[in-house]
Design a protein around this ligand. Structure first.
Ligand code: C2E
Ligand code: CA
Ligand code: CA
Ligand code: CA
Length: 278
């Protein structure tokens, strides 16, 4: 099992195949997981580099099966293929909105939670109506919800994707491009995205200190983001050295084990309260 957070994520194969010799139908297990509320969200804090304060959290889904946490990397791709991602994604959005209201009531302060939106979820006809309904029923300020989309939403129909981003922004949601630099989108499209934030993928951050090309990419991306008027956040920041480099390059925010691992909701609230006292 790899290390991640207060959570310990177990590879799906080790978790599920132990149960029976026969092939388990993972899709139906996952379908039940949504119905039985076996999914939960963990929250990874994001830190501002200008003043060192907490910016918000990214919500990351986990599947709790028999007391163990299964990593999203082990079921999101399959959910994406089967279409189950729509039900999972709707649940994630509802749960994130619920948590935001609880934390705001608890602390008296606005909190921003970023939610991952898969390409298939983004393209589903029900996506926008579901968000509108959620705003109407949950009374959450859309400015407290940041939707993280990847460049791959451009692949199918770029014009439709850009139009949808404009609708989402008009509703008041914050928008971020996730895993920036790993997709196929052209810079011409980037300039047309009505987004707030650009997330530099952790693959670039990882080797920044040793590979000159990687550090060049990160610096150029920060410059590009700023010249487009965007906030830039670097993901996967694990060391003081990485934080220092990013800070020197005027990156706005960081997210990674250096600041905090993803936390269960109760620990995330403690983190939030701690940061408000500073
Ligand atoms: P992502 O959106 O790029 O999320 C960041 C991943 O990096 C998370 O993995 C996080 O735990 C991990 N991480 C954070 N800091 C560090 C660090 O300092 N070092 C390293 N090595 N890793 C770090 P996680 O939670 O396993 O999620 C994996 C992916 O699963 C996410 O990548 C995202 O693409 C997907 N995912 C997670 N939750 C959801 C969800 O609710 N919906 C959808 N559609 N996808 C999700
Ligand atoms: Ca993300
Ligand atoms: Ca990412
Ligand atoms: Ca990623």
């Amino acid at each position: 099992a790899r290390k991640a957070g207060g959570d310990r994520l177990v590879p799906y194969s080790q978790q599920l195949n132990a149960a029976a010799g026969e092939r388990l139908d993972m899709e139906s297990l996952l379908r039940h997981a949504v119905e039985r509320e076996e999914l939960e969200l963990h929250y990874q804090p994001q830190q501002g580099l200008h003043d060192g304060g907490l910016i918000g959290f990214e919500a990351l889904v986990r599947w709790r099966r028999n007391g163990q946490l299964i990593s999203p990397a082990d079921f999101i791709p399959m959910a994406e293929e089967s279409g189950l991602i729509v039900a999972i994604g709707n649940w994630v959005l509802e749960e994130a909105c619920r948590q935001v209201s609880v934390w705001q009531a608890e602390t008296g302060r606005p909190v921003v939670v970023a939610v991952n939106i898969s390409p298939r979820q983004f393209a589903a006809p029900g996506f926008l109506p579901h968000l509108e309904e959620l705003l109407a029923t949950s009374h959450v300020d859309p400015g407290s919800i940041e939707l993280e989309i990847t460049e791959s939403v451009m692949v199918e129909d770029a014009e439709a994707a850009i139009a949808l981003l404009h609708r989402l922004r008009a509703l008041g949601f914050r928008l971020a491009i996730d895993d920036f630099g790993t997709g196929y989108s052209s810079l011409a499209y980037l300039s047309r995205f009505p987004i707030h934030k650009l997330k530099i993928d952790q693959s670039f951050v990882r080797n920044m200190h040793s590979v000159r090309e990687q550090s060049a990419i990160v610096q150029a991306t920060i410059g590009l983001g700023h010249s487009l008027g965007l906030t830039v956040i670097a993901e996967g920041v694990e060391t003081e050295a990485q934080r220092g480099m990013l800070s020197g390059w005027r990156c706005d925010e960081i997210q990674g084990y250096y600041y905090s691992r993803p936390l269960p909701a109760d620990s995330a609230l403690k983190f939030l309260e701690g940061s408000l006292q500073l």
